[in-house]
Write a protein that binds this ligand. Structure first.
Ligand SMILES: [Cu+2]
Length: 152
């Protein structure tokens, strides 16, 4: 009985920690044509704790795979580099936005239209937490940037 209680308390504190340490805002996915094999995801992550947090991976049941990418421009050519760890400094924040860090949502398993909500799980070196992303109309800019860089 005591053992069970300890496990429950541990799970509870783990969950609370996740909720307090990170706050996510502006989490959205630009709407893509139904045939799109890949979509982008943008968000802002704030670290409210006094120690750095490393974002290790992102997953979603609505996609086959989620990667963390950064668009870097070298010799005038923009290309995407996959990241396996993103540091969110203590009391700092990191933005995933067009032209910089972004989530690459690969292989949508259902069609996603504006107004839809998608749950993504962010896993850090400390905890795991679910975040809701809303699908919104892409601006012309988002669309062309996206098409231009992806040849999946
Ligand atoms: Cu990408």
């Amino acid at each position: 009985m005591k053992k069970i209680l300890v496990v429950v308390l541990f799970a509870l504190s783990f969950h609370l920690y996740a909720d307090n340490a990170l706050s996510v805002s502006a989490a959205w996915i630009p709407e893509a044509p139904p045939v799109a094999k890949v979509m982008a995801g943008y968000l802002e992550i704030k670290n409210n704790s006094d120690s750095k947090i490393i974002l290790k991976s992102v997953s979603a049941k609505d996609f086959e795979r989620v990667e963390m990418h950064e668009t870097v421009t070298k010799d005038g050519v923009a290309k995407m580099v996959e990241k396996t760890a993103i540091e969110i400094p203590a009391q700092g924040s990191v933005s995933f936005k067009r032209g910089g860090l972004h989530l690459m949502l690969i292989g949508p398993k259902r069609s996603l239209k504006r107004g839809d909500t998608v749950d993504l799980t962010l896993t850090t070196d400390k905890a795991s937490s679910k975040t809701s992303f809303s699908v919104k109309q892409a601006t012309l800019d988002d669309h062309s940037t996206h098409q231009h860089h992806h040849h999946h």
